[in-house]
Ligand binder design. Sequence first.
Ligand code: ADP
Length: 496
Amino acid sequence: MVISIMSLPIDKIKVLHIASEMHPIVKKGGLGDVVGSLPKALRELGIDSRVFLPMYPSIDENVKRTFKRMPYKLYLPLEWRVFPAFLWKTDVQGVPVYLLEIEGVPFPADVYPSNLNLNTIKPFFLFSLAALELEKSARWHPQIFHLHDWPTSQVAIALKWHMYYSSFSKSYDTVLTIHNLAHQGIIQETDLMPWGISKEAFSIDGLEYYGMINLLKGGIIASDAITTVSPRYSWEIQTKEYGMGLDGVLKKYNSKLRGILNGIDYSYWNPMTDPFLPAHYDIDNISPKKECRKALLARCGWGEDHLPVLIYIGRLVEQKGIDLLLYSIESIVGHGCRLIVVGEGNEVYEQSLKEASAQFPANVFVKIGYDEELAHLMYAGGDMLIMPSYFEPCGLIQLIAMRYGTVPICRAVGGLADTVIDADTAHDGTGFLFSHYSSEALLHAIGRALGAWNSPELWNQIVRNCMSADFSWSRSSREYAKLYLELLGVSDFRSF
Ligand code: ADP
C-alpha cells in the first residue's frame, strides 16, 4: 500500500496482529509473550495496534467472561459452503483483542494440532479468511496485517493466491514474523484449489515443497516484509545448517527480511512487583533476592546453603539442547551445584530428567509441566540459568533471567548471542557463552561461571550488569514502527 503524503503521523497507523497465542489469554511459549507485549508497546508509541486470536475451547472461563460478542456475523466461504462465525471482543491492558468463533469448526483444544492435515488446519485457514472479513464486524480497517508463524501466514497466501480475496491485496500490507523456522505448517497435499487457492500457487515459487504444501514458505513469498526475532537468526536461517530446508527461499527473498530483537514486558517481568515472589528487589537493593532463593530451595524440599543454584526453564525438546544438559548432570552435581528444571515436551527427555532427580535427590529437582508460578520463583531464586540451545530464534528466558539478576550460561546462537555478553571478555559481561555443541563446551562455560561465582565482587558486578541491561520493548517497538512506515511509503522518520 503506498500513501501519497510523505509524513504519515504515527497515530494514523493501524495494525492488526493476527496470531495463534497471546499472553495472558493463551500461551504455549515465547510467541504468546511477544503478542502479549508488542501490540501494547506499539500503542504506547501512538500506533493503533490490535490483536486477532482464535477462540480456543480451552480458554479459561474467567477470562472468557470478559469477552463481548459483536452483533454482526461473518460468513467464511470454504469448499461448497459458507461458515458463519462470530467475533468476540475484549481488552487486554488497553489493547483491543478480537477472537473468532466459527460455528461447527472448533479450534484445537491444545492450540496446535498434533497432526497437520487438511482437516486440522481448516480452522486456521478459516481464521485467516476471517481476518480479511473482520472490518465488516469490527468497523475498523487496519492498513497492515502483522502475521506470526505458519498458522497465520495463510492471510498473505489468501491475499496473493485466493480466487476472491486476492482482490483485497491493494488494501493491506503484510508483515510476517518468523518466531521459529522449525514450525512450517507442512501438509501432504498437492493443491488447495477446493479452498479457493489458485493452481499456480502450487509451484516452486509458491506453496510447493518437495511435493507437499508448506504454509510458512507460501507466507514468506507472499508477504511484503518478513522479520525474525533477532538479527543473528535472520542470517543464520539463510544457511544450510539452520535454514530447515528454507534457506534457499529465504536467501532469494532476503531483501525483504530483517531481524528485530524481541523485548519482554518490563511491567509483567519485574522483580520489584512480581506477585509470585515472597520478597521484592531491584538493582538498588538486590539482597531480598536471597529470600526468593530460600523460598525456591524450600519449594524443592531443600534447606538453605551456599551451593550455586542452576535453573533450566522451557520446553523439553531437541532444539533447547536438552541432550547436552542430560549429559552434564552428573558433572554439575559433582561440582557441588543444585539443578532445578521446569518444563515439558519430549517424553524421553521427561523420563531421563525424572530419573536424574531420583538419582540425585539432594541436588536435582525436576517439575514436569507448565508452571508459571514456579518459573517466576526460579527466575528470582536461581543463581545461573542454563540455555544450551542448538538453535534459538531469540529466546526470552535469558532476557527474563537477566531482569531477575540470574546469570545466563548459553550457547552462542541466534538471539542468545545477540543478547548475552560473555563476562570473561568484557567488563559489562552479563553471562557465559560457548560455541561448540557439546556437553564438554557447556561444562567448560559452567566452570567459568563457577570461577566468577567464587569471587563475590566479580559475581555481584555480573548480576548488576544483567539487571541494568535493557530488553524492554522501547527500542524494538520503534524498529517495527519504522518498518510499518516504510511499507506505507513514508521514508522520513527523523522526528521518530
Ligand atoms: P520458546 O522457544 O518456547 O518460545 P522462549 O524463550 O521464547 O521459548 O519463551 C518461553 C516462555 O515460556 C517464557 O516466558 C518462559 O518463562 C515460559 N515457559 C516455558 N516453559 C515453561 C514452563 N514449563 N513453565 C512455565 N513457564 C514456561
